[in-house]
Design a protein around this ligand. Sequence first.
Ligand code: NAD
Ligand code: UGA
Length: 453
Amino acid sequence: MNRSICCIGAGYIGGPTMAVIADHNHDRKVIVVDINKERIAAWNSGKMPIFEPGLDEVVKRRRGKNLFFSTDIDAAIKECDIIFVGVNTPTKDFGRGAGCASNLQYWEATARNIVKVANGNKIVVEKSTLPVRTAEAMERILSQHPKYRFEVLSNPEFLAEGTAISDLEKPDRVLIGGHPTPAGKAAIKALADIYGTWVPKEKILTTNLWSAELSKLAANAMLAQRVSSINSLSALCEEAGADVEEVARAIGMDSRIGPKFLKTGPGFGGSCFKKDIMNLVYICESYGLKEVAEYWRQVVVINDYQQQRMVGGIIKAMFNTLANKKVAVFGFAFKANTSDTRESPAIAITRMLAEEHAQIVITDPKALGHVNDDLEEIAAKVATTPDPYKAAKDADAIILLTDWAEYKDLDYQRLYAGMRKPAFVFDGRNLLDHAALRAIGFEVKAMGKTWEN
Ligand code: NAD
Ligand code: UGA
């Protein structure tokens, strides 16, 4: 087996994952390929196609040495014995299973291409998040080759955006699923050796293929479920006079529950939580597990509810009308430290504000480039500026939706001076110092807390 490895798909997963693998395996050539020419050009330029803290440094360290970005997919398949596949697997938006099932067309195209151009036996590694038992379909396609054998492994990725590099450097675990056959075991070992150059052995977990595939969907479902759980409690806190942050702290100190992922907000966003839960729902339904499907569907129902609830609270506080009022949306990315806006709560919330005829100005340090595409149908009604002070000038309200740390350090006295009165702050992330804002004169409404003046 040769030492070269490649990854098909140079997106949020393929790029950072392969860069870190190259950084820890100088003796291996790592090639990242994609059909998207602009993306590959960006990886080869001074400006990365995605913003991710620490990514620039890793790529610059290894690019041209043992890390290469290319559009020549066939050449990479030929050159490498281990092929990661990290193409996108979005929710299907047509036909059977629309809105729930995974659209596997990019996956299948990749598998067929591997069969077409392979020049020897290969290990094919599922890096994308896939429905459980996708490897079975993959194997059926790959087994059509008259001469060569393909071993399929599942190696789902658990990194989170914004912390991708540190998550890859210090993963909680690396999961590798494969068949318990001699060929399967050899393939698992070959992949474990790549990670073994920096990940402690005890953190490399090997399982059967279906467990690995399902664990990825299950992990995302459980994480999203925690967010929906605390968000559902935020609604109750507001009614009952409790403070959701105090409740989260109290329950998080129970070592069985733990403190992470208990931060209330405008609902979870990101490209995966909703997609993966809806896929889980679809899979459960396909196996006839109606109650299980309904249980997980509720996580997404609560997420939508939280966004509607937030907008309802804004309308009510602002005297039941937003028409012609200027509102400044602080944050468009789905979370801090990323330029990604896929499924960002800001998209749905801005649409609802536009329906109320508000005049909307969006500010964000990294994600403004996506506003026109994400809000295509209302783009004419939405202005953008990277400057939060300009965004809030003459505004009636600041609506904070992304937890960018820099929003904590703004001069709120200056913001207040430029706004129409009463000036409202709706803190969707409980990021700001509410007592200090109230002392300035703001009317502050925060998620999961009672309305105080
Ligand atoms: P992405 O859209 O950023 O990247 C996917 C890339 O694959 C695109 O650049 C696309 O052009 C390319 N591609 C599609 N078909 C191709 C083909 N036939 N040949 C070559 N390239 C092709 O997506 P992503 O965010 O990197 O996600 C990829 C997968 O990883 C998904 O299954 C996702 O669920 C999973 N995942 C993502 C994250 C994340 O943080 N984004 C985390 C864990 C898992
Ligand atoms: C998530 C998972 O955390 C990763 O393990 C997984 O690999 C990835 O999905 C994936 O499969 O794509 P990501 O979506 O990048 O990562 O970011 P998270 O930190 O999980 O945040 C997701 C959303 O939940 C964000 O909108 C965030 O603001 C929100 N969130 C998170 C909360 O509202 N409260 C919290 O306590 C935590």
